[in-house]
Design a protein around this ligand. Structure first.
Ligand SMILES: Nc1ncnc2c1ncn2[C@@H]1O[C@H](COP(=O)(O)OP(=O)(O)OP(=O)(O)O)[C@@H](O)[C@H]1O
Ligand SMILES: [Mg+2]
Length: 238
């Protein structure tokens, strides 16, 4: 074992079959995966391999048919839906390929929303939101609505919204998938700096091989199976 490595989220023996289509689709076959505290795990693999499905299960947005999920040493498969949403809303942050910002609200309002839902005052929410927009370099656009922002600006606002609750894990599915290479790299670098600084764990699904250079661990998912887990920190020690 590596010094200082501890798993914040562990999935064991995860199976998932979609049954809503005419023919059931077996997507995940006995997947094991660990997210280390404060580390970056990249999940890569071909289209249709089950990466988004796995990320949704890790983020408690979807349930597996089988398997164990341990969060902070606590087996959470036995929890009810309220308990699961509580963990999801308070401890997890999400960034998707398409930002899912609310079109009728401006940038700062979108970022504040998760805190307002938690009952935190507008003043505190606005202050924290502004701080994050500033760190992400988009505070000058705080009054702009999503349609008045560039793609990269929108993703940075979506990242601020994911970070405002001070999550312990951020899950991202192709967060820069619709951005050009340079903007994508810029957004990723800002995000990774903030995550490192705040010691937030990060699970990112990506097709972008560039992301692997930032990752502490890369998990290759092929046909719903983990083919290989390549741990860069282990490699560096040997
Ligand atoms: N709701 C659903 N019902 C039935 N099948 C589904 C459903 N969602 C996904 N699938 C199937 O499950 C498989 C895995 O999908 P998933 O979205 O996890 O792949 P992915 O690795 O994220 O692919 P991509 O890189 O293209 O995003 C695919 O074959 C897909 O067609
Ligand atoms: Mg996907």
């Amino acid at each position: 074992m590596l010094l200082g490595m501890s798993s914040i989220l562990s999935l064991r023996n995860i199976k998932k079959t979609y049954r809503d289509s005419e023919v059931p689709v077996e997507v995940l076959h006995n997947v094991d995966i660990d997210l280390e505290k404060g580390r970056i795990t990249a999940i890569v693999g071909p289209s249709g391999a089950g990466k988004s499905t796995l990320l949704h299960i890790m983020g408690l947005l979807d349930k597996p048919d089988n398997g164990e999920i341990i969060y902070k040493d606590y087996p959470i498969m036995k929890m009810d839906d309220d308990g699961l949403s509580e963990i999801r809303n308070r401890e997890f942050g999400f960034v998707f390929q398409f930002h899912h910002l609310l079109p009728e609200f401006n940038a700062i309002e979108n970022v504040m929303l998760p805190l307002l839902i938690q009952g935190i005052s507008r003043n505190i929410a606005a202050e924290r939101g502004r701080e994050l927009l500033n760190e992400l370099g988009v505070v000058s656009r705080e009054r702009h609505k999503p349609a008045q922002l560039s793609g990269g600006e929108r993703q940075r606002v979506a990242i601020a919204r994911a970070l405002i609750t001070e999550p312990s894990i951020v899950f991202a599915d192709e967060p820069t998938g619709n951005l050009d290479r340079k903007t994508s790299q810029n957004v990723m670098e800002i995000l990774i700096n903030i995550l490192n600084e705040k010691n937030i764990s990060f699970a990112i699904v990506t097709h972008n091989r560039l992301i692997e250079k930032y990752a502490d661990k890369t998990v290759y998912l092929i046909d719903g199976k983990v083919e290989n887990q390549y741990d860069i920190s282990i490699d560096n020690e040997t």
